[in-house]
Design a protein around this ligand. Structure first.
Ligand SMILES: Cc1ncc(COP(=O)(O)O)c(C=O)c1O
Length: 374
């Protein structure tokens, strides 16, 4: 699809004031507008438009309701101190969206066009980018199969849409430590499965295990590999890292079942600059448990767009509880968190060229944003 394709902007009644509670939570509120376009096999993508945020009505026989052919992404727009807005490596999300589409037998979207759709939408909705510490405007691109059919095959019709949600950090505890429960009965994905793709089935399949964890008093599930049940894959919907002897960071090597995170990839590049060595290798749960016990593993943290970095304070394996670092966040996680968020919010120069700035006219930069953000 040519990137010159136009995006029609439809009249939208804007909220006069954006009056949200101080506790934004994650993904509870949505901006006034959304982007959408449709796909028809043989014709490609068409009818790209930004219009009012509104419900999508589909026939009950629509294929997404039956075979779940659907993918999504998640990235954020950050309010800079000067009032402009930063996107953080969104091109990697556009790339991953197409990898997910390939895995699910869905059409690709031109990455430049996809990015333009996001930038146009965020620019129009700039008032919804909060400025309170740790907050951001979460950007959620989605593609669903919309053909009316119960056959299990690739749909001939799709809808692509993008919605925006002002959010607080994913965990209410902010940078505080999370507790994790190692799942040994359920797995998230297996090599050759869909774990590498951002598709809802992976998340639906994780909910029962998460409920078990929550009922036992833990916030997240730590997932082991689906074959031997001994290698660590991910934690909740985040990649995971272990700090050995305060200097060496180990993160599981991508194995076909792990989702390759933008945050993980960024920390692989950032950590060496901060004086840490970081390596990707398989790591077993037993190496982790032994390391916590003998003191060589001194920090564990999750990495993802929602929480950025989530230190792990408590871990349960086969009903045995182990406390990591007295349950407090460690200095390595804290340094990485501060350094990465400083780049995302434009508080320091971006030596990697990771941020994409959306410049606003001076009048818009100074205009009142969300009241929750003040
Ligand atoms: C399963 C899973 N793993 C890891 C991540 C972290 O990826 P990112 O850093 O791109 O948000 C996510 C979030 O998108 C995820 O859903």
């Amino acid at each position: 699809m040519p990137t010159e394709q136009t995006i029609r902007v439809e009249p939208t009644v804007e909220s006069t004031t954006i009056d949200l509670p101080k506790e934004l939570g994650f993904g509870r509120y949505f901006s006034d507008r959304m982007f959408s376009q449709s796909y028809l096999s043989g014709h490609g993508w068409r009818d790209a438009r930004i219009g009012p945020y509104s419900p999508i009505t589909l026939d009950p026989a629509t294929t997404v309701y039956h075979n779940g052919q659907m993918i999504f992404e998640g990235t954020k727009a950050y309010r800079r101190a000067d009032g402009d807005i930063n996107l953080f490596r969104p091109e990697l999300n556009m790339e991953r969206f197409n990898l997910s589409a390939d895995r699910m037998g869905m059409p690709n979207i031109d990455s430049d066009f996809h990015l333009r759709a996001i930038e146009d939408l965020v620019r129009l909705e700039h008032r919804w980018v909060p400025s309170q510490e740790g907050t951001a405007l979460y950007i959620r691109p989605v593609m669903i199969a919309t053909e009316k059919s119960l056959e299990v095959r690739s749909s001939r019709e799709y809808r692509h849409f993008i919605i925006l949600s002002p959010v607080a950090p994913y965990f209410a505890s902010g940078f505080g430590p999370v507790s994790v429960y190692v799942s040994h009965d359920f797995v998230r994905s297996v090599r050759g499965g869909t774990g590498e793709a951002k598709t809802p089935g992976n998340y639906a399949g994780s909910i029962a295990a998460t409920e078990i964890a929550v009922n036992k008093g833990y916030q997240q599930v730590l997932w082991l590999d689906g074959v031997e049940g001994k290698y660590v894959d991910e934690v909740g919907a985040m990649n995971i890292a272990f700090v050995f002897n305060s200097t060496e960071i180990v993160t599981p090597k991508l194995n076909g079942a792990i989702l390759e995170g933008v945050t993980r990839r960024s920390l692989l590049e950032l950590a060496p600059r901060l004086g840490y060595s970081i390596i990707e290798r398989p790591i077993t749960i037993h190496e982790v448990l032994d390391g916590i016990r003998d003191g060589s593993v001194d920090e564990i943290f999750g990495m993802g767009t929602g929480a950025v970095i989530a230190p792990v304070g408590r871990l349960s394996y086969k009903d045995q509880e182990i406390i990591v670092r007295d349950g407090e966040p460690g200095p390595v996680a804290e340094k990485l968190y501060k350094s990465l968020t400083a780049i995302q919010y434009g508080l320091v120069a971006d030596p990697f060229g990771w941020t994409r700035r959306i410049k606003l006219p001076l009048s818009d930069r100074e205009s009142k944003n969300m009241t929750a953000a003040v």
